[in-house]
Design a protein around this ligand. Structure first.
Ligand code: MSP
Length: 500
């Protein structure tokens, strides 16, 4: 069985979960669900990033200890993901013991390899990025380009990770692993960073207490990025006595935002190579979800709380919008009008309407019992094409294309009904044939749409009379034309997506 280990970034606990965080998490969830349908052995990880200066500053401002502060915020992420029907197999918090042990082990291995050394650092540091910058990387007035806030001048004795030694090794590794970073233009960005020359980066702080101590020099705590990146291996048991899980799952596929390419595609593989661990199996790099033209973030004050939106259009309405609206890799713009527009057109008018029409006609003309499809239905080709293109969309991490392909089958089925007008015909074999075909198309649609709208897909499944958990279906067999057996009770029920 193929193993598929997928990770999201771990989110800073300085802010409550917002749409920007939900974006990557929902994409990860849909991918994990798709791969489970393919029969892969899936492990989907998300979590929270809880150490570092920024968290300490927020805790101070709130008048709380750092531990109390993170203990209040981290559960908000777990709750938000439950509410959004995220099927993560694990949730890692960087304040957990398993993580601390693994980070210590990773640091020690890089230190023993001679790639971590003591030096003095003087430089300009953006606390929000947790990153040192050179003058040419800053905006005038020493402002961080991302946060538009002044950087701070730091001077301290630090341990450094000798990233400069890894330039050629990284280039060679990437050359030997084409296509590991998608989309391709993001791969070029990562390679550009490496070709532009690599500077050693500091991996410890003495000024900070809120972090994991270096195992050989406890005056220092680990730099938050070194700590954070390690979550991908500590969560599966790296640093513990039992390496079964690690051996089973590693290497991972990482979903990241474009702002953290340097850390994930440059620092992280170098750290792993130094520690004698294989680099990741892949990276999919997303753009930002913008709101009013700016990255949605707490600092910009344009945060949309995903949980508020669910109240308006339901969990699946929200998931669908996030997945269908933007091209993965590019930035996307969030608008409330866009959200409602998509909901009404794709969910209420297309999917919802198809199910309700089919159920109504089966009720009136087929005595409520769904007929079987015919083998040579004109919809069979549409279904085969939809499956191929949907699969291609998910495997290339292009959710909007995958969903568009699935929705082509919905549109084709609606068009098929409109041209046959079974609602006008007398009950009999002709109506049965058309309705059997439509029910079979709905069965396939329900499976293909389930990574995006899992609860809705299960409802469609049951309304057309099928039993069991739709998640137990296995592709590609389940998408083959002819699986609807006929003779099942079809129920009309409430509208799936009432118009907004
Ligand atoms: N804690 C680090 C990641 C460590 S991973 C080892 C971090 N956290 S974050 O909460 O600030 O952001 C995590 C991810 O969420 C980033 O990839 C970032 O791009 C993504 N997003 C945060 N806001 C976003 C949008 N408005 N739109 C899309 N993604 C956004 O960075």
């Amino acid at each position: 069985m193929t193993t598929y280990y997928l990770t999201t970034p771990i989110y800073y606990v300085t802010a409550k979960p917002h749409l920007g965080h939900a974006y990557t998490t929902i994409i990860g969830d849909a991918l994990a669900r798709w791969h489970r349908l393919l029969g892969d052995d899936v492990h989907f990880l998300t979590g929270t990033d809880e150490h570092g200066q920024k968290v300490q500053d927020y805790a101070d401002a709130a008048g709380k200890s750092a531990q109390d502060f993170v203990d209040e915020i981290a559960p908000l992420y777990e709750q938000a993901w439950q509410r959004l029907n995220i099927s993560n197999d694990d949730f890692i918090r960087t304040t957990e013991t398993r993580h601390k042990l693994g980070v210590a082990e990773l640091l020690q291995r890089c230190y023993d390899a001679g790639d971590i050394e003591l030096d003095v650092y003087k430089g300009k540091y953006c606390v929000a990025c947790e990153e040192y910058y050179t003058d040419d990387e800053l905006d005038p007035g020493d402002l961080c380009k991302i946060h538009k806030r002044p950087v701070e001048y730091y001077e301290e004795e630090n341990y450094f990770f000798r990233l400069s030694r890894f330039e050629q090794r990284l280039l060679d590794w990437y050359a030997a692993h084409p296509g590991v970073i998608i989309p391709e233009f993001r791969a070029n960005e990562a390679l550009g960073l490496i070709r532009g020359g690599l500077r050693d980066f500091s991996v410890s702080r003495t000024s900070l207490k809120w972090g994991i101590p270096l195992p050989w020099d406890a005056k220092h705590v680990a730099y938050v990025w070194f700590d954070a990146l390690a979550n991908y291996i500590t969560a599966i048991g790296f640093g513990s006595d039992d390496t079964t899980e690690f051996d089973k799952w590693w290497p991972a596929r990482h979903l990241i935002g474009k702002d953290i390419i340097r850390h994930h595609c440059v620092y992280w593989p170098a750290m792993l190579i130094s520690a004698g661990i294989e680099p990741p199996a892949g990276w999919a790099v997303g753009g930002w979800l913008l709101s009013g033209g700016e990255k949605m973030s707490k600092t910009s004050g344009n945060v949309v709380n995903p949980l508020d939106l669910i109240d308006d259009i339901g969990v699946d309405g929200f998931r669908y919008y996030v997945l269908a609206e933007t091209t993965y890799g590019q930035d996307g713009d969030f608008t409330y009008e866009g959200l409602i527009g998509r909901y009404n057109s794709d969910l209420a008018n297309n999917l919802g309407n198809l199910l309700s029409r089919v159920a109504t006609v089966v009720d009136k003309k087929c005595g409520g019992i769904g007929p079987a499809p015919r083998a040579d239905s004109p919809l069979a080709t549409a279904a085969a094409t939809a499956y191929e293109a949907t699969a291609e969309g998910w495997v290339t991490v292009q959710p909007s294309r995958a969903l568009d392909a699935t929705w082509q089958l919905i549109r084709a089925t609606n068009a098929y009904l409109e041209s046959n007008e079974p609602w006008k015909a007398e009950p009999g074999p002709a109506v049965d044939t058309v309705m059997g075909d439509a029910l079979e198309a709905l069965r396939i649609v329900a499976i293909l749409a389930s990574p995006a709208v899992p609860a809705t897909s299960q409802i469609v499944w049951e309304r057309i009379g099928l039993s069991g958990d739709i998640n137990d279906q296995r592709l590609p067999v389940a998408a083959q034309w002819g699986g609807y057996p006929g003779g099942l009770s079809v129920t009309k029920g409430e509208p799936l997506f009432p118009r907004r």
